[in-house]
Design a protein around this ligand. Sequence first.
Ligand code: IPE
Ligand code: IPE
Ligand code: MG
Length: 245
Amino acid sequence: MSTNEGERSPRGPHHLGIIMDGNGRWAQARGLPRLAGHRAGTENIRRVLEACVEFGIKVLTIYAFSTENWGRPQDEVRGLMHILSEYIQREVSELHRNGVQLRHSGRLAGISDAMQEQIRDALELTKHNDRIILNVAFNYGGRAEIMDAVRRLLSDGIAPEQVDEALINRYLYTAGLPDPDLIVRTGGEMRISNFLIWQAAYAEYYATPTFWPDFDRDELLRALEAYAQRDRRFGLVKQPALSRS
Ligand code: IPE
Ligand code: IPE
Ligand code: MG
């Protein structure tokens, strides 16, 4: 990974979220099966993660598999699970060597026992790393996350007057992570598809038609340049500069 990390983009996002979309269309355009697109997309994570370190991003959340994606044809779901499981097995020690802290956002229930174990081991191994957090949204749905949070806080006996935004944040899968500043979606769709619907309330959005397997460092730089031009107001009005007289 690059050594001049963090020197660029002083106004860059601290937490970047990416909806990695367009693997299927990338494959289709090449006359390949959809799984070839998922394979190429998974390979692309390394390149984009390295660019994030270079640009000083401290948290990268990638949307890898949604709660709704289980409804795809069985062969695709099975193939995707295989590719993702292979990816963890192959990459974890290198990620660890590079100071990457892995986090998982999503429901463990529903994931195979073998993969749950892989995930737990990877989180445990990398938990003290602090160069960048790679938060993998896997079996993730924003609505499922809010439901799970409500269920847990009710079963903890939380009283209504104790409920505030900070408390809800602590019950989400993303507890302890800052809100995303920028959400990038590849593949051209203009929707959020159940991704970080609570946390991204004031995130900036950026969409590119580029399919995820082709999204590279230069594309990321373009997204960061667009972000740097945004005026984030958080519902407030800008104070005019005080005139000196
Ligand atoms: C995104 O690519 C990866 C997952 C949803 C798992 P898609 O598989 O949605 O690709 P398109 O949108 O069909 O091209
Ligand atoms: C969003 O992409 C989910 C992931 C990238 C993992 P989808 O392809 O599932 O979203 P829709 O169906 O276009 O909304
Ligand atoms: Mg898609």
